[in-house]
Design a protein around this ligand. Structure first.
Ligand code: A2P
Length: 336
């Protein structure tokens, strides 16, 4: 099941035409991943279209049950329904699957991995490794090193999530609504239930019986698995904002041990995959416009939380198509 070390791999990307799929092509190129052959898979609508990879024109094929013959590794980024149907077929055909959907994230047989945090969990895979939710991944990049220093108990957080997290159609919807508003035309909403241009929606993913959304509960559920902290608690409000790319999260975290801002900054300055950007007097703090296109997540506005015992408040921005999706997936592939 595991491809032999030192070779070049036959890779498939399911959802190759999507926002994450296109980013995957770029990350594989940038990191010099040893790709021998690449198969690009999408819906029948895209079959026959061309995408260039390392100077070569590749033809997109329609995803089929037999698409995974001879494939060593498959990246899936075409939504939960496609993953539920095709991931088991890909794994049965001998590919190791890195799945970006939420379909297998809570399956105890499937490791859920952020390489900087629980990379060793990858070893337990049985053909499938899950890539975490994007908002959770960005948040944990800062929270986990603070946890190692102070022992996290619980967090309260609000997210500011870019439309590219919803996919290519949502990026187009924001562009169109900005143009419609500017020209005085009626604003049409197709992807979201309300206009996203010049608005914010306290609604990401579907609502659950407890009043939270699925997306909001991922922070607690996935955070527990990734940090190996079964008692971790997270109360989150996820908000979609009219930003094209990069998610931000405002976090208040309560720890077991006393905290200090200097120590927290020192920890974050050394943390892998994180850039500390915390000079508010000079107007320096993380922002999605800066974080977009960067591999590292940016953290700043670190301060003692005035409402929590042993509490720290901070703000993090990270490119959710990279650390929250394509970059993390390729880092998992590198571990494999
Ligand atoms: P397609 O472009 O052919 O629709 P995004 O998250 O940016 O919206 O992208 C979703 C990705 O999932 C796209 O690559 C899309 O391909 C792919 N996809 C959607 N439906 C299917 C399907 N039925 N079979 C295979 N791929 C699909």
């Amino acid at each position: 099941m595991q491809p032999p070390v030192g070779k070049s791999y036959h890779i498939a990307i399911v959802g190759a035409t999507g926002a994450v799929g296109l980013e995957l092509l770029d990350v594989l190129t940038r990191r010099g991943f040893p790709v021998q052959k690449l198969r690009l898979l999408a819906s029948g609508r895209s079959a026959g279209k061309r995408i260039s990879f390392r100077g070569e024109e590749l033809i997109i094929e329609e995803l089929r049950e037999d698409s995974f013959r001879g494939i060593d590794m498959a990246f899936f980024s075409a939504g939960g329904d496609i993953s539920r149907r095709y991931v088991p077929l890909a794994a049965a055909a001998g590919a190791v699957v890195i799945d970006n959907s939420s379909a297998f994230r809570m399956d105890p047989q499937v490791p859920l991995v952020i390489p900087e945090i629980n990379g060793a969990d990858v070893k337990q895979h049985r053909g499938i490794v899950a890539n975490p939710n994007c908002t959770t991944a960005v948040t944990l990049m800062a929270l986990y090193p603070l946890h190692l220093a102070f022992g996290v108990r619980r967090i309260f957080a609000s997210s500011y999530q870019a439309v590219s997290g919803t996919g290519a159609r949502a990026i187009e919807e924001l562009r169109r609504q900005v143009a419609e508003t500017n020209s005085g035309a009626p604003v049409t909403a197709e992807v979201y239930p309300h206009p996203i241009a010049f608005n914010v929606l306290p609604h990401v993913d579907s609502f659950l019986a407890n009043g939270y959304t699925k997306e909001e509960m991922k922070m607690q559920n996935e955070g527990r698995r990734i940090m190996h902290l079964p008692d971790f608690r997270a109360s989150v409000t996820c908000v979609r904002v009219p930003v094209y790319r990069a998610h931000s999260v405002a976090v208040s975290a309560e720890f077991e041990r006393p905290v200090s801002v200097d120590e927290a900054r020192e920890v974050l300055a050394k943390a892998p995959g994180v850039d500390l950007l915390d000079e508010p007097q000079r107007n320096l703090y993380p922002m999605p416009l800066d974080a977009a296109g960067k591999d590292n997540c940016q953290v700043g506005r670190v301060r003692l939380d005035c409402a929590l015992e042993n509490g720290l408040a901070f703000w993090i921005s990270g490119d959710q198509l990279l650390k929250g999706a394509a970059l993390n997936a390729v880092q998992i592939a590198e571990l494999l």
